[in-house]
Design a protein around this ligand. Structure first.
Ligand code: CP3
Length: 354
């Protein structure tokens, strides 16, 4: 494997010195880029794009051609695991993901297979290998998965939800059955992330998009416990280098200490928690990733630069910060504003290092 030419992202995750704060953007490959929409059109639909390694590679690299980003993220989706379990993933225009066969009772849950990551999800591992080859050491490649709780919300609800009434109904009525589902999903996520690492992913992020809809007690029992189980089962070194793990619970700001206790290298922080507060609470133990409000990118260059400075100042001087948005970039954002963001992070962060 070629030497990494830019390892700022990995160094920041290990809280090692860097010359500039590294930046990548959640959902950096996607619909806000016209060249993504063109490839998506050519592929026909989103799942074909995910399942064709050369196309997945092409769209993974698109944002890196435009912007001076410090990491690439595998182009795929968190719902590939339930799809491989036979739930029948499809996308309904304007409504997001849907499953033809949601799982809602003990019988359906106990019948779920444990997918083989190298065969059933081989298209993802092939994409990782092709992307690593094409990246040729430019920047590290991030692999990812959903958290068991977040995946279970889609598997039980059958798609996106506003109120989570089916999964929360199950959680309160029959917690044992939900635990069986979460345990199965956690084992599959562990297999899946370890296969991505074996294929060449150099860091991994677990997206716990919906952990923040839980109460403190149910968050610990139904989301965090299973992320911890995954973290404990992950390969943490590959090619002689640490493979850092980032846990991102959207709206999880009140639980940072508990999340750090689960053993990750870094925590993703959304914009509802200030980085100075987060750093004071867990900065001795983990790196922090975030946390610009994605809506800042609707504003003009002057405001974007001012808000970047505010985030950099909140983290303050020293190591252990990876810049990102506090959640995914919106499809309506002007790519020129993204360039302003990325360049501002590199330019304005120099005084915070060295
Ligand atoms: O960050 C990246 O650039 C990597 C790619 C990535 C995608 N989805 C591509 C995608 C990642 C990391 C995800 C994660 C994901 N997928 C999450 C967690 C995200 C988070 O930020 O918390 C969730 C909840 C999903 C499930 C999912 N997949 C949803 C809700 C949607 C959007 C549906 C819609 O129509 O808006 C998808 C589809 C999807 N995944 C798209 C992309 C680029 C849009 C597909 C398209 O229409 O082209």
């Amino acid at each position: 494997m070629p030497e990494l030419k830019n390892d700022r992202f990995l160094r920041a995750l290990e809280r090692q010195p860097v010359d500039r704060t590294p930046i990548w953007i959640m959902r950096q490959a996607g619909r806000y880029l016209p060249e993504y929409r063109a490839v998506r059109e050519k592929a026909g639909d989103f799942m074909t794009l995910c399942q064709t390694p050369e196309l997945a590679c092409e769209v993974t690299l698109q944002p890196l051609e435009r912007f001076d980003l410090d990491a690439a993220i595998l182009f795929s989706d968190i719902l590939t695991i339930p799809h491989a379990m036979g739930l029948g993933l499809h996308f309904v225009k304007g409504e997001g993901p849907r499953f033809s066969h949601p799982v809602r009772d003990r019988r359906a849950i106990d019948a779920l297979p444990r997918p083989d990551a190298e065969t059933d999800l081989g298209y993802v591992m092939d994409a990782v290998r092709v992307i690593r080859r094409e990246l040729d050491g430019r920047v590290p490649l991030i692999g990812f998965s959903g958290s068991p709780w977040t995946l279970a919300t889609y598997m039980v609800e059958g798609g996106s939800s506003r109120d989570f009434r089916r999964i929360k109904g199950l959680m309160y009525e029959d917690p044992e059955t939900l635990h069986r589902l979460l345990a199965r999903v956690a084992d599959s996520v562990t297999d899946y992330l370890n296969a991505q690492i074996a294929a060449g992913a150099q860091a991994v992020q677990i997206f716990d998009t919906w952990g923040g809809v839980l109460s403190p007690a149910t968050y610990r029992e139904f989301s965090l416990a299973y992320m911890q189980r995954i973290v404990e089962g992950l390969t943490r070194e590959s090619d002689g280098r640490r493979v850092p793990v980032i846990l991102f619970t959207k709206n999880g700001g009140q639980w940072l200490e508990a999340i750090a206790d689960a053993g990750p290298d870094a925590l993703g922080i959304d914009w509802t928690t200030d980085l100075d507060d987060a750093r004071g609470r867990v900065g001795e133990r983990v790196a922090l990733q975030g946390n610009l409000d994605p809506n800042v990118l609707y504003a003009g260059p002057e405001r974007i630069r001012a808000e970047v400075e505010r985030v950099l100042a909140a983290f303050g001087h020293g190591e252990g910060h990876v810049f990102n948005l506090g959640h995914g970039i919106h499809p309506q954002i002007d790519p020129d504003h993204v360039r302003v963001l990325v360049d501002a992070v590199h330019e304005l962060s120099a005084p915070y290092h060295g």
